[in-house]
Design a protein around this ligand. Structure first.
Ligand SMILES: *Cc1c(COP(=O)(O)O)cnc(C)c1O
Length: 409
């Protein structure tokens, strides 16, 4: 669960550096290379920057990705600066006029349009641009795939398996603020006429946390729907972005999303729809495994018969277990020195709850996890902290110091 070189680094950090985020950029690059190799060569791999926008990670991924998906003006400017050579796809449910202007100013290579109103605004802003170059857009659609019973148009080869029931988060397949209903997407088509906007294809990111077969079924449905829309209106589309959402299993830190099966499925899908370039935009499944949150046990105490280890930091540094409601996987890095003249607080061979420094019972990183031995002063390395960890956390709460950051080359 912890790579030896990360364990070595974590054990060697001076106490003043804790808590610390430690990222293994070699592991990240190795994983990205495997993902890239599992995908058909013509499939484009974008990285969803919101999973972890640290410039070091963005740059480590650059050799393996075709571009980045960004979801705010902030991410747009940040990623453009960190990796200026690679294209950006700009999405998000609530783009302001200022953000759309920024996307045009920075020349975002794709803009994912989520409503008719947004389309009208973007068209008006694009009309004022100097030059003649078109602005490439995808329409983000929310297709009905929730029931898996073949509702809606364009039943694809995966029909009957498109159930999002197992997803950790569903952005589509049911009422949501994300993207256009199929009929509203059709209503956008006349609005494009006579504008600088060039419709290149369809974008859909319907759910997060799906295994390969379910995700392939969704991709098949989206692609078939895009092709039918294209044929019905003679649009000449050439792209389908089927989104991210590849499952990461926090209960099995050694497991990985089945990229081989997913890649084979995408190859079959591409072969069934010649002329369409497929694009995917995973975040979590690319970055989650390359990061660790390392801290130390301040105290171990027993309360009404249960053991608690209180660690430095907590969910204001790594909100992931609170957000997802899981026990975060960890490794104990034993520290044998204990310099205080009183007995060392410890839990022995019993379930321990790891909690943080916040004054709230919700500040729990892992609950009642059996440990052989855990003592005050031991270090803990929480695995799978490379995505949706530091950057989704409520850093300011209680004014504890920020962690230190370490990027192992
Ligand atoms: C968040 C997001 C992604 C990435 O999702 P993961 O679950 O991290 O793979 C991709 N596309 C869009 C539009 C998103 O909002």
């Amino acid at each position: 669960m912890i790579l030896p070189r990360v364990a070595g680094h974590a054990a060697g950090l001076p106490g003043t550096e804790l808590p610390a985020y430690v990222y293994d950029l070699t592991a990240l690059a190795g994983h990205a290379a495997e993902v890239r190799a599992a995908l058909p060569p013509e499939t484009e791999l974008y990285y969803a920057a919101k999973a972890n926008p640290a410039p070091e990670l963005l740059r480590a991924l650059a050799p393996y990705v075709s571009g980045y998906e960004v979801s705010s003006g902030g991410e747009l400017a940040h990623v453009r600066k960190a990796v200026p050579e690679l294209p950006l796809a700009f999405g998000g449910p609530g783009k302001t006029e200022a953000e759309l202007r920024l996307a045009l100013d920075l020349g975002a290579e794709r803009i994912h349009v989520e409503s008719e109103s947004e389309l009208r605004l973007l068209a008006a802003l694009a009309a004022a641009l100097p030059g003649e170059a078109p602005v490439d857009v995808l329409l983000r659609v929310n297709l009905p795939v929730g029931t898996g019973t073949g509702t809606g148009t364009g039943a694809g080869p995966g029909d009957g398996h498109g159930d999002l029931a197992g997803a950790a988060l569903a952005m589509g397949g049911r009422p949501s603020p994300f993207g256009l209903d199929p009929r509203r997407a059709e209503a956008c088509l006349p609005l494009l006429r006579g504008t600088r906007l060039r419709l290149r294809g369809i974008h859909a990111h319907l759910a997060s946390g799906l295994p390969a077969p379910a995700l392939l079924a969704v991709a098949a449905r989206v692609t078939a729907w895009a092709r039918e829309l294209d044929a019905r209106h003679g649009l000449g589309l050439d792209e389908v972005n089927v989104g991210g959402g590849m499952a990461v299993d926090y209960a099995r830190p050694h497991a990985r999303f089945d990229w081989a099966a997913y890649g084979a499925g995408l190859a079959a899908l591409a072969a069934a729809h010649p002329g369409y370039r497929l694009r995917i935009e995973p975040g979590r499944a690319l970055a989650a495994h390359c990061g660790w949150y390392v801290t130390e046990v301040i105290d171990v105490r027993h309360s009404h018969g249960e053991a608690f280890a209180v660690v430095r930091g907590g969910t204001h540094h790594m909100r992931t277990p609170a957000a997802k409601g899981h026990d975060h996987p960890f490794t104990v890095l034993s520290v044998d020195t204990w310099e205080r003249p009183w007995p060392r607080p410890a839990a022995l061979d019993e379930p321990v709850t790891l909690s943080g420094q916040l004054c709230t019972p919700r500040d729990v990183l892992a609950r009642a996890v059996p440990v052989a031995e855990l003592r005050a002063g031991d270090r803990i390395a929480f695995a799978m902290a490379g995505a949706y960890a530091w950057n989704i956390s409520h850093h300011e709460f209680l004014m504890h110091p920020a962690p230190s950051f370490h990027f192992l080359p």
